[in-house]
Design a protein around this ligand. Structure first.
Ligand SMILES: Cc1cc2nc3c(=O)[nH]c(=O)nc-3n(C[C@H](O)[C@H](O)[C@H](O)COP(=O)(O)O)c2cc1C
Length: 220
């Protein structure tokens, strides 16, 4: 079975999307499958990716949530394959969607959208893999695979064997519905301090973080 992965993150090679798709692919290959990767956000690859989508295969469209929606490259890819609707019965669709936030509520609407998309395309859909809190995936140490890596690997292996996504693994990857309240309280403070404040300082913008340039009277 051939698996084509369409990575629609604008970060391409350096994306968390790629880092999350990789263990699934490795598991899939360990289960006897074959895989090809298309960085579909790269304009030089875009047409070849669309063509590959139309060939008999499993097509995994993978992307992160950007502003609660999909990146432009994912939208462009979906709009292009939409032209092939009704003619891709031998393309099985799969999706990998991940979010920076850990709760599964963030990716739920996208899951509904993608399942409906596959139905309208007339292609069989084997499901939507959702990964909550995938922000640091590309920094993970591949020599010491973590829980998410192992789950994705096993999901890929089982998929190669059964052509079904394991429901229990899917639920674990998607993340909790809500974080417990201490984490909800502390997480923004820690993330602000360790990530966003540092980023503001690095760009010399920390002292201006409360500016409201679009409000009347504050325009330069
Ligand atoms: C412009 C932008 C908007 C984002 N919006 C969201 C969001 O609405 N919800 C969320 O959970 N994560 C959001 N994130 C976090 C990304 O989903 C997260 O960084 C992801 O790992 C990026 O994947 P990539 O490296 O494959 O592009 C956003 C990130 C960026 C850069």
């Amino acid at each position: 079975m051939l698996l084509n992965i369409f990575n629609c993150s604008p970060r391409g090679e350096r994306s968390n999307t790629r880092a999350l798709a990789r263990p699934f692919v490795e598991g899939f290959m360990a289960g006897g499958g074959e895989a090809r990767e298309y960085p579909a956000a790269d304009p030089a690859v875009f047409d070849a990716a669309v063509e590959a989508f139309g060939t008999p295969s499993v097509a995994m469209i993978a992307f992160p949530l950007y502003a609660d929606a999909m990146p432009a490259a994912a939208k462009a890819f979906i709009e292009e394959i939409w032209r092939l609707r009704g003619s891709c019965e031998s393309t099985r669709m799969l999706f990998l969607v991940h979010s920076g936030f850990p709760e599964e509520t963030h990716t739920r609407v996208m899951k509904d959208y993608l399942e409906r998309l596959a139905a309208r395309m007339g292609s069989p859909c084997d499901g939507v893999i959702r990964v909550g809190g995938g922000e640091a995936a590309r920094h993970a140490n591949s020599r010491k695979p973590g829980r998410t890596y192992m789950r994705l690997w096993e999901l890929g292996r089982l998929y190669a064997e059964r052509v079904v996504l394991d429901a229990a693994i899917l639920a674990k990857l998607a993340g909790p519905r809500r974080l417990p309240w201490p984490a909800r309280l502390l997480a923004p403070m820690i993330v602000n301090r360790l990530v966003w404040d540092r980023e503001l300082r690095r760009n010399g913008a920390f002292d201006r973080r409360r500016d409201r340039p679009l409000e009347a009277g504050e325009r330069p």
